[in-house]
Ligand binder design. Structure first.
Ligand code: COA
Ligand code: NAD
Length: 694
């Protein structure tokens, strides 16, 4: 136990050091160690003060999230913090790197906090569907006021050392050796008369009347249906109503309610799933990645421009190739406009915008990208064009350079086959808008080397993206599943539903938008072109809904034409149900011989989500995703699946695979083959297992 927390005395100061790599998480052994060592220092007559610090890269990454859901092991974190706070000798927290969650609540229980310039404090519990459960909601308002506390806790975002100092969270920022400074600080504190000041004893300044009501209104839409943000506000508000001990008790009860909720389980699942996705069994962590010092992007359209922006934003120089100078100029102008928009919205500083634009250079000659370490192709979705470009790139680019395609559906192996470097060809499927969406599906071809995969995974991290490795198939993991989900939505229209009803069911489930509203944003012509391409190979007996094609034939491409599944008024993105669309739908129902019926919301939810899950199961069975949690990550970061549901495969496990399986069997009896459960889903359901057991 002792090696998880170390102890030494220096100059009459007991130095307690958390030493639980990688992030000093506060597991049971660490909590017990801190409690014991504070008691030991307290009892030691030769010790006048205590310093609490962390070894390694940070002070502390918080409670050990893996322990949630396990039977509790004493002492609890609030108990440990109480021991620290009630110690009559001054306890000084010395922070460097992150001090997050419980790793910030612990210093709040100390009497003083000093920080290295690298320190960042945060209470990110809300991002895990939790509230701070070890005094954070009760102590922070006493230190910095309720208004600032609401900002810190509801955003979950880190506060840098300098801001922490100006907000009054830390007492001093120190350069040089942190522990030396903390010891000197602690000795000076020990000189002072009387017991050290405890945060719990500070007065809470009352906010403006109506403050908490306003905050509740602010989160009503953003945190729709979520328990944790509401509980955070309630608990912070308690500091203005209840004595400290009662507020603390209430906080713990609210924390425990959140911890046991399905929502938090889903969000915790995603925290680990995201990190798991970085682990690839045949590409060990120590696989040497190539250094990426320059990037080239081909095509300055929607995706190429977005990709170039996020590459430059990560500080990497990028050349962007268009063969036509006018098209290039227009593309670059769009990039500038987009960056300026980010400055206006406060997402980018003027200086960062200039730095970003300074790293982007437009070129029209392929010879100008010959030295790039990686080329990302983002031209039209046309196999012949992509093959022509890859053949050229293979001769122009230096040996060893990686050639990546941003294709959303095409076969990476077929593209790789036109080169003499198939091991360095890979898919990097960014999502639109590429500078915002966090997902990149990294598509492995049959011959893609481990080094290429390691390099592109590392590059994705550098671009602050979540890279998920997938295999090659039509649509890869995300779009293949999305196709089945939207197809089901279209069939529901033929049978009796309308776009607004389907969209409302999916919105109420927690997605930001339903499939029809998404279609209008993405542009209906995009999927129309894909359907036209697939028409030749579509089996004649496969059920196919012509409604979307009919809308496209009328020039309704979505928001860009102010008409799609919905109508849009000039300058507005608010969808309005459109009688023209209803006529088209009713016409198609009649043509196909459907007797339209009232379709209830449960049927809509089941049919859309269970077909999605069923396709996910097929993908797993075919080995195109490494694990079910990778599919969850793809859907959370690429398609806006509600994070608190943990992704489609986690959601299926929560519902129970037996329930999903039985519903699919029932649906298959009515609607035929489309719903036949995948063999994997069937096996797991019959064995009473979940995707998590694979
Ligand atoms: N409990 C358990 N494990 C944790 C953890 C925690 N609080 N924080 C991090 N880890 C684990 C990660 O799962 C990862 O494990 P792996 O290497 O087996 O995949 C490892 O520590 C490193 O974490 P990672 O996120 O990859 O490192 P990083 O340096 O990029 O970020 C943190 C470090 C602490 C900023 C980040 O992990 C984080 O935000 N953690 C959660 C903090 C939090 O929400 N605490 C409140 C809990 S209620
Ligand atoms: P786009 O039509 O907006 O842009 C394509 C650009 O490529 C155009 O600017 C065009 O001038 C340029 N181009 C064409 N031939 C070229 C050549 N020989 N050399 C240099 N430039 C050339 O298309 P997009 O939406 O950005 O899609 C690009 C790729 O990304 C496609 O493969 C698409 O499937 C994929 N993708 C698109 C999205 C999306 O939502 N738009 C999402 C993921 C992936």
């Amino acid at each position: 136990m002792r090696d998880l927390v170390e102890y030494a005395t220096r100059d009459g100061v007991g130095v307690i050091t958390l030493n639980n790599p990688p992030v000093n998480a506060l597991g049971a052994g660490v909590r017990q160690g801190v409690a014991d060592l504070v008691e030991r220092a307290r009892a030691d007559g030769g010790v006048q003060a205590i310093v609490l610090t962390g070894a390694g890269r940070c002070f502390c990454g918080g409670a050990d999230i893996r322990e949630f859901g396990q039977p509790p092991i004493p002492p609890s974190l609030p108990e440990v913090i109480d021991i620290i706070e009630s110690c009559p000798k001054p306890v000084v927290a010395a922070l460097h790197g992150v001090a997050y969650g419980g790793g910030f609540e612990l210093p709040l229980g100390c009497h003083f906090r000093i920080a290295a310039p690298s320190a960042r404090v945060a209470l990110p519990e809300v991002t895990l569907g939790l509230i701070p459960g070890a005094g954070g909601t009760q102590r922070l308002p006493r230190l910095i006021g309720v208004e600032a506390t609401v900002g810190v806790i509801l955003s979950g975002k880190p506060v840098a050392a300098t801001s922490a100092l100006s907000m009054g969270i830390v007492d001093e920022i120190v350069d040089g050796d942190l522990v030396d400074a903390a010891i000197a600080f602690a000795l000076a504190c020990a000189e002072k008369e009387g017991p050290p000041i405890r945060v719990r004893d500070l007065e809470v300044a009352k906010p403006e009347p109506g403050f908490f009501e306003d905050e509740r209104k602010k989160i009503a839409r953003r945190a729709r249906g979520l328990i944790a943000p509401r509980h955070c506000i309630e608990s912070i508000e308690n500091t203005t109503k209840l004595p400290f001990d009662e507020g603390l008790k209430k906080e713990r009860a609210l924390f425990l309610e959140c911890r046991e909720s399905e929502q938090s389980k889903g969000q915790r699942h995603i925290f680990f799933a995201e990190r798991e996705a970085a682990k690839i069994p045949d590409v060990p962590r120590d696989t040497p990645a190539l250094a990426i010092q320059s990037v080239a992007v081909i095509g300055c359209g929607t995706m190429g421009a977005g990709i170039a922006m996020c590459v430059a934003d990560a500080g990497i120089p990028v050349r962007i190739l268009e063969t036509d100078a006018d098209v290039l100029e227009k593309g670059l102008a769009r990039i500038t406009k987009s960056c300026e928009g980010s400055v206006k919205r406060g997402r980018l500083s003027e200086a960062d915008k200039d730095a970003c634009l300074g790293l982007i250079q437009g070129v029209t000659d392929i010879a100008d990208i010959k030295d790039a370490d990686i080329v990302i192709e983002a031209v039209f979705e046309d196999m012949d064009l992509k093959k022509e470009i890859f053949a050229k790139l293979d001769t122009v680019c230096r040996p060893g350079a990686i050639l990546a395609t941003n294709t959303s559906t095409l076969d990476v192996n077929e593209i790789a086959a036109v080169t003499n470097r198939a091991e360095q060809v890979i898919g990097t499927h960014f999502f639109s808008p590429a500078n915002i969406m966090r997902l990149v599906e990294i598509v492995r071809g049959a011959e893609t080397s481990a080094q290429t995969i390691a390099t592109v995974m590392a590059m994705a991290r550098r671009l602050k993206k979540v890279g998920v490795l997938v295999g090659t198939c039509d649509g890869f993991v995300g779009n293949r599943m999305y196709h089945h989900y939207t197809r089901q939505a279209h069939f529901l229209l033929e049978e009796g539903a309308l776009p607004s009803q389907v969209d409302k069911v999916i919105y109420d489930f927690g997605f930001a938008m339903g499939p029809f509203a998404v279609g209008d944003v993405a542009g209906l012509d995009v999927s129309w072109r894909i359907r036209q391409r697939r028409a030749e190979t579509r089996p004649a007996d496969e059920r196919y809904s012509p409604i979307a094609d009919r809308l496209c034939e009328m020039g309704r491409f979505g928001q860009k034409t102010r008409a799609g599944w919905y109508a849009y008024e000039d300058g507005s993105r608010a969808p309005i149900a459109d009688a023209v669309v209803e006529d088209v739908i009713l016409g198609v129902s009649k043509e196909l011989g459907f007797d339209r019926r009232a379709i209830d919301n449960d049927e809509i939810q089941e049919r859309c989500l269970y077909t999605l899950i069923n396709e996910g199961a097929k993908i797993l069975d075919e080995g195109l995703a490494l694990r079910s949690s990778d599919i969850d990550v793809i859907w959370i970061y690429g398609y806006g699946f509600p994070a608190h549901r943990g992704g489609p495969m986690f959601y299926a496990d929560q519902v129970g695979l037996k329930t999903v399986y039985e519903a699919l069997c029932r649906l298959a009896e009515v609607h035929g083959d489309l719903f036949v459960p995948s063999p994997l889903l069937e096996r797991l359901a019959l064995e009473a297992k979940g995707f998590k057991d694979l």
